[in-house]
Design a protein around this ligand. Structure first.
Ligand code: PNS
Length: 168
């Protein structure tokens, strides 16, 4: 039964987008528990620290009793094993995601055949949204309203103000 399954939704979440939120919500309806696993220490110069990313996700999902936010390092399948998770959730937006996602899913299956990767599609309005594009648009002064949770929009504004103050 999917309701008995613990799932991990791993990623960088720098920052959390509305597409991520949509997938986590869908996952929370499907699985008994969904653990948002924020990867530690991959990007040398992230926009948000891991601590900030965890805080943001915890605030967004404060009302969800079966959503947990955590960090992990090392092999994802090892982390899944430690957490008792038998599913890895990944969002698939477009064909362009497929090759990378298929490689990861098959490598993870090779490493641990007991953990199944489950792909979920976000709602259509988020199919073009990525953390990378959000950061680019914000850095160039554009609006990402509606494409990220309100708290992320506010934090992005704070970061931009801080940068502008430093430059002034
Ligand atoms: O949101 P992202 O950055 O596309 O997420 C990538 C992530 C965190 C899912 C991936 O880098 C990962 O699983 N890293 C853990 C290291 C690992 O297990 N690698 C081997 C399996 S592909």
């Amino acid at each position: 039964m999917a309701a008995d399954i613990i799932a991990i939704y791993p990623g960088s979440f720098d920052p959390l987008t509305s597409g991520h939120v949509d997938i986590i919500r869908r996952g929370s309806h499907l699985f008994g528990r969904i653990i948002v696993g924020v990867l530690l220490n991959r990007d040398k110069s992230p926009l948000f620290t891991v601590h900030e990313r965890v805080d943001i996700a915890r605030e967004v999902f404060a009302g969800y009793t079966n959503v947990e936010v955590d960090t992990f390092d090392g092999l994802l399948v090892e982390y899944a094993r430690r957490k008792g998770a038998s599913a890895i959730v990944r969002g698939l937006r477009a064909i362009s995601d497929f090759e990378y996602e298929m490689q990861m899913a098959l490598m993870n299956r090779h490493l641990n055949p007991d953990v199944e990767t489950v792909f979920m599609m976000p709602a259509e309005p988020y199919t073009y949204v990525s953390s990378r594009l959000v950061k680019e648009v914000v850095a160039l002064g554009g609006s990402v309203h509606g494409l990220v949770p309100e708290i992320v929009e506010a934090r992005l504004r704070e970061k931009r103000l801080a940068r502008e103050t430093l430059r002034a």
